[in-house]
Design a protein around this ligand. Structure first.
Ligand code: PMP
Length: 362
């Protein structure tokens, strides 16, 4: 039986699923994970919390994940000056992908449209398709930037129900000025969603979209513990927004969607935020090293505020991808002509990657 023989929804016919290759390699630099393991003392504390949670796993978990929301609100408030994020402003799910899905279930869906700015995170349009929301692609400026004027023009032309922004943008690493987010908000009357999966890798002290939340009840900002927090395997994403947004998501989430084990692990990890985030500066330094060294190999590297680098000037990306794979290095072909994306990892990983690339024809 082929997929096309099934009585599947017409709007899903011919689509391709998310498909980053999963291969066992020594140097896995393809999905922007944090390549540093969790520090052992922190892991021990997490395991103790999990043991407690298992003892009461005969009961459903706290549907409101109260302790977790408090921990996440405290974590986000840490870097904000006068402003605080309250637990009621937080919503969490199994990865920020599920956050995006719930958002589109509540505010998108059949007959509704979401505006995005490719090249951007591929799951934005894939989740739109899965929820029956029409994806509208708008153009970026030169160098993958989005100026307030460009964004507003697209919003005014399409009048979408939601606008999706990504800051810093995956797969390009491009920063997004807060002025663009403010201008999009003022120009639209729908949900303005900012995906800040990589916010912790931004330059220290640079304000994020969180500072724009007061007075903007249609603004939604998502974060994840998958990247800077080195917790991709646990699946914990979250958003900060007006408490009414959480009320909307309660209508579409499945009851008890966050398992007791997930909640326990995330609360324990958040109690060790400084240790969990200890590698962020080192990773940012490796990212900057990649950007600095690639030109000498004949490539153009885009400036990045995330934990990865997009580089152009690759004659045949698939050939380079395969040649690196033969050397046990997995990076990512994101479908941009003559470009590839590599995750910044440890100094050793960076050195191995750069040496392998230097040995290949461009
Ligand atoms: N947003 C962006 C921009 C991403 O790059 C990713 C992961 N690649 C995610 C969201 C999803 O992260 P998760 O579901 O692990 O929280």
């Amino acid at each position: 039986m082929a997929l096309s023989d099934l009585p599947i929804r017409d709007d899903l016919r011919g689509l391709t699923p998310y498909g980053a290759p999963q291969k066992h390699v020594r140097y896995a630099l393809n999905v922007n994970e944090n390549t540093h393991p969790i520090p052992e003392p922190v892991a021990r504390h997490i395991v103790e919390s999990l043991a407690h949670a298992v003892l009461t796993a005969n009961r459903y978990p706290d549907r409101e994940f109260t302790a977790l929301r408090e921990s996440l609100a405290g974590y986000l408030s840490r870097d904000l000056r006068e402003q605080q994020i309250a637990p009621e402003q937080i919503w969490a799910a199994n990865g920020s992908n599920e956050i995006i899905q719930q958002l589109l279930q509540a505010f998108g869906g059949p007959g509704r449209r979401v505006l995005g700015f490719p090249p951007t995170y591929s799951m934005h349009s894939i989740i739109a398709a899965g929820t029956g929301t029409r994806w509208i692609a708008a153009e970026r400026d030169a160098d993958y930037a989005i100026s307030p004027e460009t964004a507003v023009r697209a919003v005014e032309q399409h009048r979408p129900d939601l606008v999706f922004l990504c800051a810093p943008n995956n797969p390009t690493g491009t920063a997004l000025p807060l002025e663009t987010i403010e201008a999009v908000y003022d120009a639209s009357d729908g949900i303005v969603f900012v995906d800040e999966a990589y916010a912790e890798f931004m330059p220290k002290g640079q304000p994020t979209a969180l500072t724009l939340l007061p007075g903007r009840e249609r603004l939604v900002i998502s974060r994840t513990m998958s990247k800077a927090f080195a917790f991709a395997g646990v699946r914990l994403g979250y958003l900060a927004a007006d408490p009414a947004i959480a009320d909307a998501l309660r209508l579409v989430r499945l009851p008890y969607h966050l398992s007791a084990l997930t909640q326990a692990a995330a609360v324990a990890a958040l109690a060790h935020a400084p240790e969990m985030l200890a590698m962020v500066d080192d990773i940012a330094a490796q990212r900057d090293r990649i950007v600095a060294e690639l030109p000498a190999l004949g490539y153009h590297a885009w400036p990045s505020q995330a934990n990865f680098v997009l580089f152009e000037g690759v004659t045949d990306p698939q050939a380079t991808f395969r040649a690196l794979l033969e050397r046990d290095i997995l990076i990512r072909d994101v479908g941009i002509p003559h470009a590839l994306r590599v995750t910044a990892g440890t100094p050793d990983e960076t050195a191995f990657f750069l040496a392998a690339l230097a040995a290949l024809p461009r």
